[in-house]
Design a protein around this ligand. Structure first.
Ligand code: F6P
Length: 498
């Protein structure tokens, strides 16, 4: 069925007042039936049950993927090897709340972490800053991720050592960027004349590797644990999300968890035909099968969510960007490339390709009913924002004929509309959990393990001998087992004076 024909066959679902409209996917009722049947056949329902039950769905690392326990505010027991993890999780909540009350006169916070130890809290801090009337402690939250010292220099140039706190966030506590940046910040404290006890007071860590954090010099009472059954990119719900609580208050952090919990309950308990993450996953799968799509875009029509596509890139592509299934067999499909940025800005950038390019790129349009400011212009501006969002989806779906080929819009370009009633901590949590569960669903349907990331390791290994060769400052490096001829030549170029 053509996309255009779907204009009359509306397909709308909702959960916790979040509406998903797939009408512009061009999927008719028969197609949906087939999609749900094949999802059932693939064992998706069992997979969802297994995930929440703590089965070892992270098969390569032989452990559960239980980030859902971190937002299980009802504290329903979650067993790992027969032991309920909820008391430990709740203990960390108490410590987070206590820290919120304890921190006074903190002007700057430097959150050091990368990848999953960065994107979630960074997105939340940025997004919630846009919520009209939100209570904020007004601390300057600095996120330090890259090994590039540009960020480090900018942050240290602004922060005052005596009123700065540092949170070192690393699941492994071995990530090079994070440990080196942490060392640099430690040196900055020392050079600024802070005493040992002042430094100890300023340093905090969030990690599963408590010995390494202690070894680094973080005192035990300042270490917030999390667990190996939480994947790094699924970790914002743990103490990795500390900045959210510290800046906006513990209740706001709890709201963030509550939104995610509400989506988990929906995902776990709703039949596939009404299950938002499942429907979103199946619509993508359909486009892969029908249109052989290689990329999709997430376009939030909310400036507050400008960081959302970056967070989503790690979630989707680190989870599902794989070529083999759980048994090591090649897969036909895995994660397409995902990209995006806030609309309507994005319209003035790459939407030309969406409308008239040779590639079909499905889009998730994400819109928020309520305006994101209380400016007098807010209502009028927001109406225009929403009108643009709807217009783009319609233009993409229906296209437009014209005499001049240059003016033809081919149409039949699929999209979803995801409509949030408002953007606050609750709905931000819901949005992230919606996508996390969609990613897990896609992994299940492709039979991919969404919870490991072996593909990030090789480059890290190769960087070591290259770094050593760069440190020689010699421009006669020869190709070797670790360094090929092209890279040896590049090292020599960098090592030569001009
Ligand atoms: O290199 C990828 C990765 O392992 C991500 O999966 C992770 O989010 C990031 O690095 C940071 O890891 P860590 O939290 O252990 O420092």
């Amino acid at each position: 069925m053509s996309v255009q024909a779907q204009l009359t066959a509306r397909s709308i679902h909702s959960a916790i007042n979040v509406v998903l409209d797939t009408s512009y996917q061009g999927i008719d009722e028969g197609d949906w039936r087939k999609l749900f049947t094949s999802a059932r056949k693939s064992g998706l329902e069992q997979y969802i049950e297994d995930m929440f039950a703590g089965k070892h769905i992270n098969s390569s690392e032989d452990r559960p993927a239980l980030h859902s326990a971190l937002r299980n505010l009802t504290k329903t027991p979650v067993l790992i090897n027969g032991v309920d993890v909820m008391p430990e999780v709740a203990e960390v909540w108490h410590r987070i709340e206590a820290l919120c009350n304890q921190w006074v006169d903190v002007a700057d916070v430097i959150h050091i972490g990368i990848g999953g130890s960065d994107f979630g809290p960074r997105l939340a801090i940025e997004a919630l800053a846009h919520v009209p009337g939100i209570e904020s402690r007004g601390m300057r939250m600095h996120f330090l991720a890259n090994i590039d010292t540009a960020e480090l220099a900018r942050i240290l140039g602004r922060a005052q050592p005596y009123s700065t706190r540092v949170i070192i966030v690393s699941k492994s506590f071995t990530t090079l960027e994070t440990t080196m940046n942490a060392k640099a910040v430690l040196a900055w404290f020392q050079e600024s004349g802070c005493s040992k006890s002042q430094i100890a007071n300023a340093l905090y860590a969030v990690t599963t590797n408590i010995p390494a954090a202690k070894e680094f010099g973080v005192s035990e009472e300042n270490i917030f644990p999390f667990w190996d059954w939480v994947g790094g990119r699924y970790s914002v719900w743990s103490a990795v999300g500390l900045p959210i609580a510290l800046q906006y208050g513990f209740d706001t952090f709890k709201q963030f968890l509550a939104g995610a919990e509400a989506i988990d309950l929906h995902f776990k308990n709703t039949r596939l035909e009404e299950n938002l993450p499942v429907i979103m996953a199946l619509s993508l799968l359909y486009q892969q099968e029908q249109n052989d799509i290689k990329a999709y875009a997430a376009i939030p029509y909310a400036d507050a969510l400008d960081w959302f596509p970056k967070w989503l890139q790690q979630l989707d592509m680190e989870s599902n960007g794989k070529s083999v299934d759980r048994a090591g067999k090649p897969v036909k499909h895995s994660s397409p490339v995902v990209f995006g940025s806030a609309g309507s800005n994005a319209q003035h950038s790459y939407f030309q390709l969406f409308h008239q390019g040779t590639e079909i790129i499905p889009i998730d349009f994400i819109a928020v009913r309520e305006p994101m400011s209380d400016r007098p212009e807010a209502v009028a501006h927001h109406r225009i924002l929403l009108a643009n969002c709807l217009a783009q989806a319609q233009a993409l779906a229906n296209g437009k004929t014209a005499e001049n080929p240059n003016d033809v819009y081919p149409g039949k370009r699929p999209s979803n509309l995801l409509l949030l009633p408002k953007l606050n901590a609750f709905y931000l949590g819901a949005l992230l959990a919606l996508y996390e569960n969609r990613t897990a669903t896609l992994g299940a349907l492709w039979n991919i393990n969404s919870f490991d990331q072996p593909g990030v390791e090789y480059g890290k290994v190769l960087a070591k001998p290259i770094e050593k060769a760069l440190a020689t400052h010699q421009n006669d490096i020869q190709a070797s087992a670790d360094i090929d001829a092209v890279t040896a030549a590049r090292i020599n170029l960098l090592n030569s004076k001009n």
